[in-house]
Design a protein around this ligand. Sequence first.
Ligand code: AQP
Length: 344
Amino acid sequence: MKNSSNEKRIFSGIQPTGNLTIGNYLGAVKRWVKLQAEKSDTIYCIVDLHAATTWQDPRELRETTRELVASLLACGLNPKESILFNQSQVSAHSELAWIFNCVARIGWLNRMTQFKDKAGKDKEKASVGLFAYPTLMAADILAYKATHVPVGEDQKQHLELTRDIASKFNLDYKVGDFFPLPEPLIEGAATRVMSLRDGQKKMSKSDASDFSRINLNDSSDLINQKIKKAKTDPYPLPDSLDELQGRPEALNLINIYAALSDRAPETVLEEFSGREFSYFKPKLAELTVDQICPISDKMKALLKDPNYIDCILHEGSTTAAQIANPIIHEVYEIVGLIRKRSQL
Ligand code: AQP
């Protein structure tokens, strides 16, 4: 762990449900790497138990988990600076999730829009795990008493629920501020990258259409094709963000360009105002290829050595458990569960 002088502890997770998209990269991972360079502790978790809330082929799940680790390393996460591990290797997550299932109210979970989106029309057929997903997410964060959680806009509601669970636990058991109320870190131009096929829908790694997203392992040809085919409108680019109201696809492409080039969307518009998409799209494709293809090359090289990846996960899990286990033991004490002396 870093020798942090402040009390900030960063935690975030990502599901091994497919190849990382540029949405995951810009909304989460790129900022994880930036935060790693700061003084705070950074704990990053591959949330494989979350992935299991929807059907995953066991062999594919193992492969996708390793691929995800390779992408995170290729994006710049350094296991010497951040703790990187997979959730199922640290039992504290599931243990605390059960306690939180008993703290959270069904009414709270009923309000979660992600469950409604993912369960679709036939909610009765969704897994219990998918419904309880937010309590496991609260456990992921609070098992480390994390104070800050970098996420995309889509996870804001789950973060609010995490704060509600922490408050209720602290209040029910009269333990002051035992659990911190974690703050979401939702910043930048790409907190919600939208589908390339529909500017009203979030870009997702599990979307049925591969042309809805750019994956970090897409070839330069495929990136060019996807951007060329991305839905737009017939108008040229305007000179202010206000004028992009009602043009979600155009706004999305401008935001992607801004986030990839670390510029404000306003500055990007200044450069391209009055231009047609036939001019802007090749520029966006060029920038995307420049940023994404080196990541994909590194990723392929890392995947040649699965043992190295497994070792990183194993070492990360050991360090993570050293932080989380004493917190879980305190929770059990607070709740009144009897523990073996050696476990205290
Ligand atoms: N489109 C997005 N724009 C910005 N940020 C995004 N994130 C996901 N999609 C976007 C952020 O990526 C992190 C990891 O997300 P996740 O894999 O745990 O789950 P998710 O939000 O459900 O992501 P996907 O890609 O949509 O996965 P599937 O298709 O499996 O459900 C989070 O910080 C998220 O905010």
